[in-house]
Structure formats: structure tokens, C-alpha cells
Design a protein around this ligand. Structure first.
Ligand code: XUL
Ligand code: CO
Length: 439
């Protein structure tokens, strides 16, 4: 049965007037010798696509999806799975991401029943995966929505909530493994604080580390070989989220000796909430060897909260893909559209426009980034910019041959050489030229 009137979305090229086609995403086109689809590994987010119903701070759910018509919650969950796979097939999306709570209705007071429902739905997903060849990029648990998580999950002041959280993660990890998930994500939904007047931050962080250590151990025990990922976010829902940004997460992991077990899932809108650019977070992850995966979305600079919009800004997607290419790809990771259509885009068809926009923006960004790298535009500039460290005193500094005394002796004898311009405006203009001119 077809859930969507829209047919398969095909690549038609930049000249196409058909808004239900890809203008830039051409899955099998080779970029730097690799098909676009392997560079990008697009994934559909179950929650924003199939359980987001248009809610915002001033209005409740109102989207009406005809596959949601049935009253029975489990039947509805199954219909959604079928609709989701049809949606992915039509958009040529080869991966999906999910929270446990997205795929099966929970019984918040009965863990055994919740787990039973999950198992039933996982069977349906497995059948659909087999039918379509679509794969699981990552799974996670929703340890923030229920009332029990009011003070957090792993960082809750209530030890029984910690226990419940561990049980939820255990199950979510098991089903992610069952579905062949290539990664498992930890987003600390309410792991943070509202006020320091009632919060023992040292104790809460110790507990967070205890929980993650247990997760590492359990993954090993069940033979889950997917990559564990932490998704930094600075605020929302709490005033301060512990996983503020890549740098904070790295400091935390290194303090608790967990750094070998986790990489980052970088979300664009979370980066900007932390007053960083998307590229900054990708760059910090890359240079520290922890760039794992991406939640591809964007915020609105005029709003300043986590709006989770579909990414359409080619400038941002170019610089993001530039970091990804410099990283040698994302390995097990991919590009998950943690993005939702706006409340006013309430028709089924709008889901397609959202994904097409995001996929085209990243495909275009990939091609521009590849060209920039091929031409070594920034690489050559940077090489020249740091040239003074490849000879003379600079070389001695890098090679650890000198200390303060030797450098003082050098400075007493030699004048500082003339500084050169950083040429920021020139580089920005070249970047624009590449964005506009790249074929
Ligand atoms: C919340 C967010 C989550 C995570 C998964 O801001 O990004 O959807 O990606 O829990
Ligand atoms: Co996210």
C-alpha cells in the first residue's frame, strides 16, 4: 500500500523545474572517486519525520497523517514503520536513526511491557530492512521525555532514576545491535542543571561517567561493535547541559579515562547554540580524532533556540563537507537529518521538500568542498602562512630544541620579522567564487 502520493524522487539536474526532484544529489555520481551517497550517508530521523506533529511552545499537535488514523497505539506504530520505509525508499535514503520511544509506544510504569512492545516493532522494522536494504545508522534512548526524568537521567539526584536509565539504555543498545546499527548515540536530554543552588555538579558528573562506563562494558559484553557517540549540546532543555560542546565533552571523557570509547555526533544547531559555527565543532572533533557522525540541520540566527530546521545554507554545508573530507569521511557515521518541517508546512508533501532541500544542499556542499580541496585553496594558503615554523628558530620550536632561555637569546639578537596579512576578505571572496562557479 502506498502511503504517499509523491513518487520516487530522482536526480534531474540543476536545470530541472520539478521541485520533487534532486537538482544536485546524484547518488552514484563519483566525487573524488567515491559515490556521493557514500560520502553523505543520509539518514532519516524517525522522531522529527514520523512523530513530530507540528507542536510548538504556543500550540499542540495538529498535523494529520492518514497512516495515524487507527486508535490502537501498536497498530499506529506499525503503520508508521511501513510509511517510513516507503518514504526513505522514495527519497533514496539508505539509513534511519531512532529513539526507542519513537518506534513503539511506551508504558512509562511498566518496563517489561515497554520492552515487549519494542521487540514486536523491531520485528516489523527488520522485515522492512530486509525488503528494502535500508540500514540503521544509529539508535538511542529517550531518557528525557517522561516525568521521571525531571531531574535528569544519569545525573538525576534520584538513584532509582539512574537505575531505570541504565535499563533503558541496555534495551536500546540491544535493539540497535539487533538492527545492525552502525552507531549508538548518547544525547544527554536533561543531563545538566537549572541552578547550582541545589546541584552537586561533581557528583552528577561522576555519575554520568559511571553510566557511560557501564554502557561501554555492556556494549563489549553483547558484542555491539558500533561506534558509541556523544552529542554535545550547550543548553535546552536545561539552562546548562553538561555536554556543552566538543571541548567540554573531551575534557569530561579524558578526566574519566573514557576517551577511547566515544566519538562525537555533531549537530549544526547545537553548535550555534554554543555560539560556535557548525564548522568549528566539526573542526574541533576532527583535529582530536573524534568526528563520528553528524546531525544535519540548522537553526535560525534570529531566533536562537533549537529550531531543528532543514539545512539549506550552501555556505555552511560546504564548510561542513570540507571538514568531513579532511577527516577522510565519517567512517561508521553519516548525515542524519535531525530536522523537522515548520508548523505551517503541515502537508505530507512538505516532508519531501524538507529532505530534498537538505540533501541537495549537502550534495552541492560536497562538490564545492571537493573542488576547494582539489585545488588546495586554503591548504596552500595555510602552508605559506605557517612557513616560518619549517626553518630556523620556528623549526627549533616545533622540534622541542629550544626553551625560554634560548628563545630569549634569539629575541635579544634578532628583530621580529614583518607580519603578513591574513587576507580574510580575499579568502571569503574566493570561497564565494567556488560556491557559485563549481560545476
Ligand atoms: C535534541 C537532539 C536529539 C538527539 C537524539 O536536541 O538533537 O534529537 O539527536 O536524542
Ligand atoms: Co540531534
Amino acid at each position: 500500500m502506498a502511503y504517499f502520493k509523491v513518487g520516487k524522487i530522482n536526480y534531474e539536474g540543476p536545470q530541472s523545474k520539478n521541485n520533487l526532484s534532486f537538482r544536485y544529489y546524484n547518488p552514484n555520481e563519483l566525487v573524488l572517486g567515491k559515490p556521493m551517497k557514500d560520502h553523505l550517508k543520509f539518514a532519516m530521523s524517525f522522531w522529527h519525520t514520523f512523530t513530530f506533529m507540528g507542536r510548538d511552545p504556543f500550540g499542540g499537535d495538529f498535523f494529520s497523517r492518514h497512516w495515524d488514523n487507527t486508535e490502537d497505539a501498536m497498530e499506529k506504530a506499525k503503520e508508521r514503520i511501513h510509511a517510513a520505509f516507503e518514504f526513505m525508499e522514495k527519497l533514496q535514503i539508505e539509513y534511519f536513526c531512532f529513539h526507542d520511544a519513537d518506534i513503539a509506544p511506551r508504558d512509562p510504569d511498566n518496563l517489561a511491557e515497554t520492552n515487549r512492545r519494542l521487540d514486536e516493532i523491531v520485528e516489523v522494522i527488520k522485515q522492512e530492512m530486509k525488503r528494502t536494504g535500508i540500514k540503521c545508522l544509529w539508535g538511542t534512548t529517550n531518557a528525557f521525555g517522561d516525568a521521571k526524568f525531571v531531574h535528569g537521567a544519569g545525573t538525576s539526584c534520584n538513584a532509582t532514576v539512574f537505575a531505570y536509565t541504565a535499563a533503558q539504555i541496555k534495551k536500546a543498545m540491544e535493539i540497535t545491535k539487533e538492527l545492525g546499527g552502525e552507531n549508538y548515540v548518547f544525547w544527554g536530554g536533561r543531563e545538566g542543571y537549572e541552578t547550582l543552588l541545589n546541584t552537586d555538579t561533581a557528583f552528577e558528573l561522576d555519575n554520568m561517567a559511571r553510566l557511560l562506563r557501564m554502557a561501554v562494558d555492556y556494549a563489549k559484553e553483547i558484542g555491539f561493535t558500533g561506534q558509541l557517540l556523544i552529542e554535545p549540546k550547550p543548553k535546552e532543555p536545561t539552562k546548562h547541559q553538561y555536554d556543552f560542546d566538543t571541548a567540554s565533552v573531551l575534557a569530561f571523557l579524558r578526566k574519566y579515562n573514557l576517551q577511547d570509547h566515544f566519538k562525537m555526533n555533531i549537530e549544526a544547531n547545537h553548535a550555534t547554540l554554543a555560539m560556535h559555527t557548525f564548522q568549528h565543532e566539526l573542526n574541533m572533533s576532527r583535529i582530536n580524532g573524534v568526528l563520528g557522525s553528524i546531525d544535519a540541520n540548522t537553526g535560525d540566527p534570529n531566533l536562537g533556540w533549537d529550531t531543528d530546521q532543514f539545512p539549506t545554507n550552501i555556505y555552511d554545508t560546504t564548510l561542513a563537507m570540507y571538514e568531513v573530507l579532511l577527516n577522510g569521511g565519517l567512517g561508521k557515521g553519516g548525515l542524519n537529518f535531525d530536522a523537522k518541517v515548520r508548523r505551517a508546512s503541515f502537508e505530507d508533501e512538505d516532508l519531501f521538500y524538507g529532505y530534498i532541500a537538505g540533501m541537495d544542499a549537502f550534495a552541492r556542499g560536497l562538490k564545492v568542498a571537493a573542488k576547494l580541496l582539489e585545488d588546495r585553496v586554503f591548504e596552500d594558503f595555510k602552508e605559506e602562512r605557517y612557513a616560518s615554523y619549517r626553518e630556523g628558530i620556528g623549526k627549533d620550536i616545533v622540534e622541542g630544541k629550544v626553551g625560554f632561555k634560548e628563545l630569549e637569546a634569539y629575541a635579544l639578537k634578532n628583530n621580529v620579522t614583518k607580519n603578513k596579512s591574513g587576507r580574510q576578505e580575499m579568502l571569503e571572496n574566493i570561497l564565494n567564487q567556488y560556491i557559485i562557479e563549481t560545476e
